[in-house]
Write a protein that binds this ligand. Structure first.
Ligand SMILES: C[S@@+](CC[C@H](N)C(=O)[O-])C[C@H]1O[C@@H](n2cnc3c(N)ncnc32)[C@H](O)[C@@H]1O
Length: 325
């Protein structure tokens, strides 16, 4: 049975206390996206009432305090400082640079906790993904990049003078040369041309003539290996999965990531865990989990979701230990 813990606080402050070196197999983070809005929780989620301040700020402003933090990061030198300096030259000192000043040191703190076979997945939107990719290349080296996963969803169209934005970006990086990876089958249909030629039979190349020829065996094909474009519905406002936390991600998204990059018994960390989607997906798949969030309301929801799935929680402890029931 999976075990795990929840930690209240700024992830930069608490990461050291809750994640020893090389102790985690997958880090997934879904930080604020710099939308410029306050993301308000529903007053009453499905798992109980939230406090009046439930939600989180997704607003980043350039200020003397942010400039001081930016200068400290640049003063430390190294590739991250070079990348940040280039962003200032390109984008100027505004909201975007303030956002990247928040994110950069948090990304920099994460490789330490990953095992050499581990993976880091950063969930962002298309307005910042190119900057975050450069930050991750700078931190981990350009060879560490593995996939840019496009999560495509459908939502109500909005008034826009550009194409409707209907996807997020998940950047998958490795920290070592031999990351864990499991190809996933059964998510995508066979191409129409493949079905016309082979039907549902599994294909196997035939090299008996010395040249590659397509052959077939009788087993039913599980479909092609999963690609890097995933069509998964958002959590519907009236859906059973909905717990009331803004920007809650679907369990199906996290399940795929966890299955592709970890084994049962591995440990998954989410340092911006919100309502605990990653932790619930990990626990259901038999992985241990560590969740961090700066909001007590978010952690209360995460705890309730985990409890509903059969985990006992210690509600009195600010760093919450969760043991199997
Ligand atoms: C986009 S939401 C995560 C949603 C989550 N994936 C889910 O499915 O519910 C971002 C979360 O980051 C938290 N957060 C923002 N800044 C933080 C920080 N410095 N340390 C820890 N958590 C933070 C917010 O409280 C919020 O819950």
């Amino acid at each position: 049975m999976a075990t795990g813990s929840l930690h209240l606080g700024d992830n930069l402050d608490v990461l050291g206390a809750c994640a020893p070196d090389a102790s985690v197999d997958l880090v997934y983070l879904d930080p604020p996206f710099n939308t410029g809005q306050r993301r308000q929780a529903l007053a009453r989620g499905r798992r109980g009432a939230l406090g009046p301040d439930g939600g989180f700020d997704d607003q980043f402003r350039w200020s003397p305090e942010v400039a001081r933090r930016f200068d400290a990061l640049c003063g430390a030198g190294g590739p991250l400082a070079t990348a940040l300096g280039a962003f200032r030259a390109l984008a100027g000192e505004g909201d975007r640079l303030a956002y990247l000043t928040m994110l950069a040191p948090r990304l920099a703190a994460l490789p330490r906790v990953l095992r050499p076979t581990g993976s880091l997945v950063v969930h962002v939107d298309p307005s910042t993904s190119h900057y975050v990719k450069v930050l991750l290349d700078a931190l981990l080296g350009p060879g560490a990049f593995r996939n840019e996963i496009v999560w495509r969803y459908r939502r109500w169209p909005t008034r826009s003078r550009a194409l409707q934005r209907m996807h997020d970006v998940l950047l998958l990086y490795a920290v070592g040369p031999a990351p864990k990876f499991h190809a996933l089958y059964g998510y995508e249909p066979l191409a129409a041309s493949t079905l016309a030629t082979f039907g549902q039979r599994r294909q196997k190349a035939d090299f008996s003539s010395g040249r590659r020829r397509p052959g077939t065996v009788e087993a039913v094909s599980p479909g092609p290996p999963l690609s890097d474009v995933w069509e998964i519905g958002v959590v519907a406002p009236s859906g059973k999965e909905r717990v009331g936390w803004p920007t809650q991600k679907p369990l199906a998204l996290l399940e795929r990531l966890i299955l592709a990059t970890t084994d049962p018994g591995d440990r998954v960390l989410d340092p911006f865990c919100g309502s605990g989607t990653t932790l619930v997906a990990a626990a259901r798949l038999g992985r241990d989990f560590v969740g961090i969030d700066a909001s007590a309301d978010a952690l209360a929801l995460a705890r309730a979701r985990l409890a509903a799935d059969g985990f006992l929680t210690d509600e009195e402890c600010p760093t919450l230990a969760i043991a199997p029931r």
